[in-house]
Design a protein around this ligand. Structure first.
Ligand SMILES: NC(=O)c1ccc[n+]([C@@H]2O[C@H](COP(=O)([O-])OP(=O)(O)OC[C@H]3O[C@@H](n4cnc5c(N)ncnc54)[C@H](OP(=O)(O)O)[C@@H]3O)[C@@H](O)[C@H]2O)c1
Length: 250
């Protein structure tokens, strides 16, 4: 396999779109996966070189579509795999959680990254896999039970993968901050009774304090392409940490 590719789930919007544009601007070939073909094509049209972008309509929560993604990169080595796609699900307290909501969030946010990595293992050599994490992996938020549980478990998966693939594959985890995307729009429309912490997110939005997707993309690109393997896996990256900022915030 002489062709190298970067694979990004959820490349049709938000952080995934910005990361796709960044990697293509830097000359990488990128496959983006998502359920909405329209959104993926829009990302492709925005790329500096649209020929470098392969949009694949796929629901990563299904075995068939994970195989479809693999079929589209059959002749390539996967250099970077970015597990970015995720959903908040319906914001609701645990006492009102339905099994359907729970399963849907866990299937997309947790099962899909696990089994997509597994599906692609024979195309990865010294590759870097990145889990997009969240503050919600580490702090309990009322109304976000399924999302918090999924991101917390995803954080543990990155650690276990690293133990199992020492010196062969490199798994990273990264917190992008509170970012101005569709996910934030969704949570601002939540029911205050189900999500008592809602006001903080309205304030971040109205004070123009949400993180910008292009800055997140710069950060992700730097973490993936400019750190040593030991640095990459050592601990979860957080965009708010100051010590690395000079390397990517330009
Ligand atoms: N925004 C924030 O403040 C924030 C903070 C911390 C962490 N994050 C994390 O950042 C990542 C990106 O989120 P975002 O903020 O950029 O939100 P977003 O714009 O809603 O992006 C989520 C993407 O995931 C895709 N997706 C969802 N379910 C999918 C499925 N079953 N199969 C394939 N693709 C699927 C969506 O596309 P389709 O609907 O077309 O499938 C969408 O493009 C997520 O992991 C999120 O948890 C975000």
């Amino acid at each position: 396999m002489d062709k190298k590719i970067t694979l990004i789930t959820g490349g049709g919007s938000g952080i995934g779109r910005a990361v796709c544009l960044k990697f293509i601007e830097q000359g990488h070939q990128v496959l983006i996966a998502g359920r909405s073909k329209e959104k993926l094509l829009k990302t492709q049209a925005m790329c500096a070189d649209p020929k470098l972008c392969i949009p694949v309509e796929a629901d990563i929560a299904t075995t068939e579509d994970r195989q479809k993604i693999k079929d589209n990169v059959a002749d390539s080595e996967i250099e970077f795999l970015i597990h970015n796609a995720a959903v908040l699900g319906k914001i609701t307290k645990l006492k009102d959680m339905t099994i359907e909501n729970w399963n849907s969030v866990l299937n997309i946010n947790l099962d899909a990254p696990l089994f997509l990595t597994q599906t692609l293992l024979d195309q990865m050599y010294q590759s870097r896999i990145l889990h997009i994490s969240s503050g919600a992996a580490h702090s309990a938020i009322e109304g976000w039970g399924a999302y918090c549980a999924s991101k917390s478990a995803l954080h543990m998966l990155y650690k276990v993968w690293n133990k199992e693939f020492q010196n062969k594959l490199y798994f990273g985890s990264l917190r992008p901050g509170v970012v101005d995307t569709a996910m934030q729009e969704q949570l601002r429309s939540a029911d205050r009774n189900q999500f008592p912490g809602l006001q903080k997110f309205h304030d971040l939005y109205s004070n123009n304090e949400l993180e910008n997707t292009n800055r997140v993309a710069n950060f992700i690109f730097w973490v993936l392409t400019s750190t040593t393997n030991d640095q990459y896996i050592e601990k979860e990256w957080d965009i708010r940490d100051e010590f690395h900022r000079k390397n990517w915030d330009y």
